[in-house]
Design a protein around this ligand. Structure first.
Ligand code: HXC
Length: 545
């Protein structure tokens, strides 16, 4: 079959002068070839067989392409490798002609910004990773790296394709290698929307952020059956490696969503805070929020009992543009809070002790959580705001034996290494080693402010007087002891734990009016925007900590 259509260029002759009559020439279009192209494309784009798609839907899951359609701007997706097939001759894989080999790869725009994607298709061989799939993923990662854009992996897979043997393991190797090599150069994000088992979990773990969906996502190195055989423990998929487990216990997961559409909405929000690569800064936005808006909550904080717990989120909301805060790792190590805000329309990363949990003390998980986030911020040119209210390191045998020395050191390292603008505000307590760790002046804090209510000292007044005045306290009458302790603690506090003492040595640059904190921070970051550390290594990889 063929059609005749009119060729408007009329065989390539010179353009006609205005008003002159044209004589369109009839040309022959090979509609068979067009038909074939359209058929093959439609077949490849359909993914797996209808019954597998129905099974996917029955589990409440979206297909690989539907997921992309939630993320990319309309008509912006450019697919790469649609027709790639496996060349594995074993188990009849090649003869099944699985077009695309279980993954959709390509580029699209997200709110106008180019982003690279791969989205595993569970309806084709369970999204399992064979060599051809791995090469598609590696190729899109290479292009993202070379074109300097983030890469987002959407994972829904049974893991290494068993039929392809070691080839599929090598395929994972290619991906892990790129995850590591491109770490800190382009943002890498993983979205787990199905199983993610075996060594496959290590690709997401090497990326900067991991999203999971309640009741849909699972991640584990060995599944419940292997666990039972090896250790005798009985555990279900959800308890072993569901979103709650990884968001609150292991810390593998940074964001949990209630549904896939909710997950993609959160992902788009995260992207809005990130630059395309380490060679750029995040795009500024616009805001109606007055830069000089007062923060009365901080005045209030100066009046309350210093032992009273509060959620530091309230302070972050009050400081940030339009009271918006995108928290990262919300359920993990709640004693430290990290995430993104905008201050005066500029993206800023926040690291804040949270007195509502473990009194805001630093422990192993808090140190790891904050250190990795700081390294991400530093790699991607995002300034750091540190809000300090920390009584010290969390004590205990479990912490010491678990390596608080080793893990706490990561936080010191991350702050010292970071060359992006660093502004610190001491809200209340800043004691001992934890005071130093929380972006103090001597770890390279550029501007260190304090509220007048801050207590900055080598240790808390109560602990200090027990050591300094132990004899006097022991000798005091039982009924007078409490009163004596209170008096001594106040004297110590007035003398040593005030911000004025620290400001007099230059460790605090200024004690500020609490209500003016927002404008002071905005001005500080605006002035530091052009900061450069000569000779410093400005960027590193974002090694999982
Ligand atoms: C090949 C696989 C596969 C795999 C699933 N399939 N996993 N094919 N290799 N690893 C296929 C199934 O045979 C089936 O094919 C289709 O995908 C759907 O799978 P179902 O089992 O029907 O689906 P479901 O009941 O939802 O169970 C999903 C599952 C289960 C929990 C993921 O399939 C499973 O346990 N798979 C194995 C998981 C695993 O052990 N992976 C680790 C591999 S080793 P048909 O033809 O029926 O559609 C590994 C090491 C990596 O990953 C190391 C990297 C360094």
């Amino acid at each position: 079959m063929s059609d005749l259509i009119e060729d408007p260029i009329a065989g390539g002759s010179a353009p006609q002068a205005q008003g002159q009559k044209t004589h369109p020439k009839k040309i022959r279009v090979e509609s068979e070839s067009l038909k074939k192209l359209r058929e093959i494309t439609a077949q490849a784009a359909a993914g797996g067989p209808p019954e597998k798609i129905a099974a996917q839907k029955a589990k409440g899951k979206l297909t690989a392409r539907e997921r992309l359609s939630y993320l990319v701007d309309e008509n912006s997706f450019q697919e790469v490798g649609l027709l790639v097939e496996s060349h594995c001759t074993d188990f009849g894989i090649k003869d099944r002609h699985i077009m695309g080999d279980g993954v959709v790869t390509g580029f699209g725009r997200v709110n106008g910004r180019p982003i690279a994607f791969f989205s595993q298709d569970f309806t084709q061989l369970g999204g399992s990773l064979g060599l051809a799939q791995a090469k598609k993923i590696a190729a899109i990662m290479d292009l993202a790296y070379e074109a300097r854009m983030p890469v987002i992996g959407i994972l829904d897979s049974g893991g290494a394709r068993i039929q392809e043997g070691v080839d599929s393991l090598d395929g994972y190797g290619e991906i892990f290698y790129r995850n590591s090599k491109y770490s800190g150069v382009i943002p890498q994000i993983s979205v787990i929307v199905g199983p993610c088992a075996g060594g496959a979990v290590y690709s997401p773990a090497l990326t900067d952020f991991v999203f999971m969906v309640k009741g849909v996502s699972n991640m584990f190195v060995t599944g419940p059956e292997v666990v039972k055989a090896a250790t005798g423990e009985e555990v279900d998929f959800e308890t072993l490696g569901g979103s709650h487990t990884h968001a609150s216990k292991s810390g593998v997961c940074h964001f949990v969503a209630n549904s896939e559409p909710d997950c993609f909405r959160q992902l788009k929000e995260l992207i809005s805070f990130l630059p395309q690569s380490r060679y750029e800064a995040p795009l500024p936005s616009t805001t109606e929020d007055p830069f000089d808006r007062k923060v009365p909550l901080l005045e209030k904080l100066c009046e309350v009992d210093p032992r009273k717990a509060y959620r530091v989120h309230h302070i972050i909301w009050w400081l940030s543009d339009e009271h918006k805060f995108l928290e990262v790792h919300h359920d993990f190590a709640k004693n430290i809070v990290v995430g993104f805000i905008r201050l005066g329309a500029q993206v800023v990363g926040v690291v804040a002790n949270n007195p509502a949990h473990l009194a805001g003390a630093l422990d192993i998980n808090a140190s790891d959580k904050a250190a990795r986030f700081i390294r991400f911020l530093n790699n991607f040119n995002i300034p750091i705001l540190t809000l300090v209210d920390v009584p010290g390191y969390w004590p205990g045998v479990a912490q010491e034996h678990g390596g608080i020395i080793r893990h706490g050191a990561k936080l010191l390292y991350a702050y010292s290494e970071a060359t992006v603008p660093k502004v610190t505000l001491v809200l209340r307590k800043a004691y001992g080693g934890a005071y130093i760790a929380m972006s103090s002046k001597y770890l390279g804090g550029d501007l260190n402010f304090s509220l007048p209510s801050a207590e900055i000292a080598v240790m808390g007044p109560r602990g200090a007087i027990e050591i300094l005045y132990s004899k006097q306290i022991k000798e005091a009458k039982e009924e007078e002891r409490d009163e004596l302790k209170t008096k001594l603690a106040k004297e110590y506090s007035d003398k040593f734990a005030s911000p004025y003492q620290t400001a007099s040595t230059g460790s605090i640059d200024e004690v500020i009016e609490p209500a003016e904190a927002r404008i002071r921070l905005i001005n500080a970051f605006a002035m530091l925007a052009s900061k450069r550390k000569p000779g410093a290594h400005n960027h590193t990889g974002n090694i999982p900590l």
